[in-house]
Ligand binder design. Structure first.
Ligand SMILES: N[C@@H](CCC(=O)N[C@@H](CS)C(=O)NCC(=O)O)C(=O)O
Length: 201
């Protein structure tokens, strides 16, 4: 097994990676980096020059950006069944939703959080109304975004939507509330949540 170290701070986007590692269920070291101070240290700058969490170090190789961490873990531990195989039906949709989480959902909600009105033709993410409508269409009549079971794409999107609901950036409306409730019932989510709660004190 590769030696994996997750750099994380409770109650941040690092949770996406923590939850994913709980889904994978393989051993990893957890290093807490406080976003208020540790993150600016020279030592952490040497780990991740972006000075952000999460960061996953695997045998000396750095993986950052939550969707990339989730994609890597799902492929590396393919026996866990969290990603369609490269040549399987659904692989394209799976990648579409993983990228959608980081490059479309995130910035669209940040526009809202910052009260920014980026013109939709300029913004690569379009606008929040289109993002929500596209997600709702993707979830219409289904429990999961790809095929009939949970994948890393659901983790990334579900975890992001859960954050947006917690910060009151997304209304608790259907189909999002049932989707988030379904995903947060997973034992791995609960383990990650409890682990984080114990760390945060
Ligand atoms: N693109 C990154 C974003 C990571 C990120 O923004 N992390 C925040 C915590 S929610 C952080 O480390 N903030 C500390 C800082 O910028 O000082 C990802 O998807 O993982």
């Amino acid at each position: 097994m590769p030696k994996m170290t997750l750099y994380h701070c409770p109650r941040t986007r690092g949770f996406h990676a923590l939850w994913m590692l709980e889904e994978i269920g393989e051993p990893f070291d957890l290093r807490i980096v406080n976003v208020r101070d540790d993150i600016q240290s020279e030592a952490y700058g040497a780990v991740n020059p972006m000075r952000k969490v999460p960061a996953l170090e695997v045998e000396g190789e750095l993986i950052t950006e939550s969707p990339a961490i989730c994609t890597w873990l799902a492929d590396r531990f393919s026996d866990k069944g969290l990603a369609p195989a490269i040549d399987a039906p659904g692989r394209g949709s799976y990648l579409r939703w993983l990228f959608f989480a980081g490059s479309v959902i995130e910035p669209a909600f940040m526009d809202k959080a910052m009260s920014r009105d980026t013109p939709r033709q300029t913004a690569g993410w379009g606008d929040l109304a289109s993002v929500k409508a596209t997600l709702a269409q993707g979830l219409e009549g289904r429990d999961y975004l790809v095929g009939d079971h949970f994948t890393a794409a659901d983790l990334m999107i579900g975890s992001t939507l859960n954050f947006m609901m917690m910060f009151n950036l997304l209304e608790r409306i259907e189909p999002f509330s049932s989707y988030v409730a379904r995903l947060t019932e997973r034992p791995a989510y609960k383990r990650a949540f409890e682990r984080e709660a114990a760390l945060a004190g």
